[in-house]
Design a protein around this ligand. Sequence first.
Ligand code: NAP
Length: 247
Amino acid sequence: MTDRKLALVTGGSRGIGRAVCEKLAERGMDIVFSYQAGIRAAEETEQLCAAKGVRVLKVQANVSNSEECDSLIAQAVEFGGGRIDVLVNNAGIAKDGLAMRMRNEEFDAVIDVNLKGTFYMMRGVSKFMIRERRGRIVNMSSVVGVRGNAGQINYAASKAGVIGMTKSLARELASRGITVNAVAPGFVETDMTRKMTQQARNAALTGIPMKKIGSVQDVACAVAFLAGEESGYITGQVLCVDGGMAI
Ligand code: NAP
């Protein structure tokens, strides 16, 4: 056990989640992160964080399963010597398609991971934070949750739901010294967006006032701010990191 803070990040093996793990490690936090299937990528994140001189634990857990979330939280609490200072709910998936053609399984899968997973993690971790009377929760929403998007009705529902949950829990936990905020990225270069066709990418670019795609670093810096000491009087907010898309 150390005096360092402990951050628990879901979906830390790749993309934005990995950048968040690295950024929080750089700020001196011990890291517990989850992954679902990509062990190789998880090992790389583990090495990148360890290189910053902090303790790291990777845990395989599917966030759409509440028992696996509880087990992930229990392992993080043990690793952190009884506490979790920061929770970043980053794990997420997309299964895009027009509403009239979307299958029930595609709708449910996205809700299960993005919305229910975030709920299971917040429910479990907030108990430990309340005991400590301090904590930071940062949820990954999306510009799509703020303003909707054609072809993403399931994803939009999940990410708008994340905003609703963020504001609700912020109200529940404000008097306990715990802040709950959301980051809403726009179009960020990761595996999730690399799957898009060139046509879809060009269309997305025309909707970005800054005319450029965001980086995982842009998002990680916003998360680190909301996870740090400087943001102590900010709760229930949605910080858009989107080159102006949500304006
Ligand atoms: P990504 O590159 O596809 O990485 C997703 C991460 O989530 C991986 O670590 C993956 O682990 C994990 N994951 C997926 N399903 C999981 C599950 N059921 N249980 C646990 N972990 C799971 O995604 P990203 O682009 O970095 O996105 C990260 C977050 O930002 C997501 O919530 C996404 O919706 C949000 N976001 C992204 C963008 C963007 O432009 N990229 C924009 C707005 C919001 P495995 O590899 O092990 O499966």
